[in-house]
Design a protein around this ligand. Structure first.
Ligand code: ADP
Length: 418
């Protein structure tokens, strides 16, 4: 092969990744095939699974549209033979060779005298054929032409495969986004529809608590109210995530005394901690810890972390809520010596609906929303939250809140803990 030919082939290979649309690239290849083999025309055909026929996808520019409507059978044509046998086929005297599929010539007002067909092979599979027709020199197609066409065929097969793969990936991605959207919609609607009946259940149960003070009723009513309140928390979590997603969550920032909030939240969980036999303590500095934040949202963050710490710590264990002031920030940690979180799960637990245990085997209730809600709330404050945990030893969930509301757009560069 001459140096000029090799350079031209290399140039075509380089264009494979140049970002051309598939159609344009295949057209470039057939133009190259004509030039490099000294042929009158060249075309590329792809095998169609459904019809079992070979379909033209690139060919001589003026007749391209016409050609695209034509199909060539896999049996009874030279292209079909090259495709089926996964090997090149040369016909140097078409007039005497019965293998030529005449329909194309007739439709295209063309006369095939010589023909070379090479399969498009990718990973051992034939996906189509590249053809060169009517070589200008009288000796017909040579081994060098076969090599050239096979190289161009490999380039075409690569480009086609990449495009198919990309299309498949795009479709899968779209399907997944649609599914995610459907899931969110379903959950939002279900949560919304559950609110009213739940309100009724809780309203009537609390009314009956006043009406029936006898212990045999109180026990049952308490169970109803407790279960109802837990369900309400789940619905609140879903509502928080939903409004965050729709960009509807706004913080009502005021000066919040974090030491006071932490004290109240831990106090609120004392009864549950006692019931579980877990010690719940806080460790606060003597000076007040003030941040410009939304007290209600900070309570949600703390409650979700403390509730988890208690749920995943066995009787006799310890849950400690510690806070300290750093320059410009307050750092709060909820530390437990419970079951810990496997390293592989740690990167995912802040994702929605993620739970370490399988839902049907888990001991602990919940929907895998608590931490994602906590993270949303922390991020809204311009802070950050993370976990350090050792399986079997315990977990330390830490979040940092800026003392002052960050200016718009500065959140991301505030700090990098760890
Ligand atoms: P859930 O409401 O189901 O607990 P979360 O988002 O709050 O959902 O937590 C996600 C998962 O992270 C939990 O299911 C649990 O497996 C794990 N996890 C959270 N906190 C702790 C903790 N303190 N100790 C061990 N595992 C935890």
């Amino acid at each position: 092969m001459t140096q000029r030919k090799l350079e031209r082939l290399l140039g075509l290979a380089r264009q494979l990744n140049a970002g051309l649309e598939l159609e344009d690239y295949l057209q470039t290849l057939v133009d190259g095939a004509c030039e490099l083999t000294g042929s009158e025309a060249s075309s590329i055909l792809l095998y169609e699974e459904e019809s079992g026929l070979l379909k033209f996808v690139a060919g001589p520019a003026p007749q391209r549209q016409r050609l695209r409507r034509l199909r060539v059978p896999a049996e009874g044509s030279v292209a079909g033979e090259a495709f089926r046998q996964r090997a090149p086929v040369i016909v140097n005297d078409a007039g005497r060779d019965g293998r030529i599929f005449g329909v194309v010539d007739k439709e295209m007002f063309f006369q095939t005298r010589t023909l070379l067909a090479a399969p498009l092979i990718f990973r051992g599979e034939a996906m189509g054929v590249i053809e060169a027709v009517n070589k200008s020199s009288p000796e017909g197609f040579t081994q060098e032409d076969v090599d050239t066409l096979e190289t161009l065929g490999a380039l075409a097969a690569n480009a086609i495969f990449n495009t198919l793969l990309f299309d498949e990936a795009s479709t899968t991605f779209q399907d997944m986004s649609d599914l995610e959207q459907k899931k969110s919609d379903f959950i939002a609607i279900a949560a919304h529809e559950l609110r009213t009946p739940l309100g009724l259940v809780l309203g009537h149960a609390t009314y009956l608590q006043d009406l029936l003070p006898q212990p045999q009723y109180q026990r049952h009513l308490e169970a109803i109210v407790k279960g109802g309140m837990r369900l309400k928390e789940v619905l609140d979590d879903i509502a928080s995530l939903e409004s965050e997603e729709g960009g509807k969550t706004r913080l009502k920032r005021r000066n919040v005394g974090l030491d006071k909030v932490i004290g109240e939240v831990t106090e609120g969980f004392q009864a549950e901690a006692e019931q579980r036999g877990v010690h719940l303590r806080c460790d606060l500095p003597p000076a007040a810890l003030i941040v410009e934040g939304d007290a209600e949202k900070i309570v949600i963050i703390l409650e979700n972390l403390v509730r988890n710490a208690l749920a995943f710590t066995d009787a006799g264990g310890l849950v400690l809520v510690r806070a300290e002031k750093l320059p410009g920030y307050v750092k709060i940690s909820v530390i437990d010596n419970g079951i810990g979180i496997p390293a592989r799960d740690q990167a995912h637990i802040f994702e929605r609906f993620y739970q370490v245990e399988a839902h049907n085997t888990r001991r602990h209730g919940g929907m895998g929303l608590g931490l994602s809600v906590a993270r949303v709330m922390v991020k809204l404050h311009g802070g950050d939250i993370w976990v350090e945990s050792v399986e079997g030893k315990g977990s330390n969930f830490t979040f940092m809140l800026p003392e002052h509301a960050p200016q718009a757009g500065t959140e991301s560069k505030l700090f990098k803990p760890r």
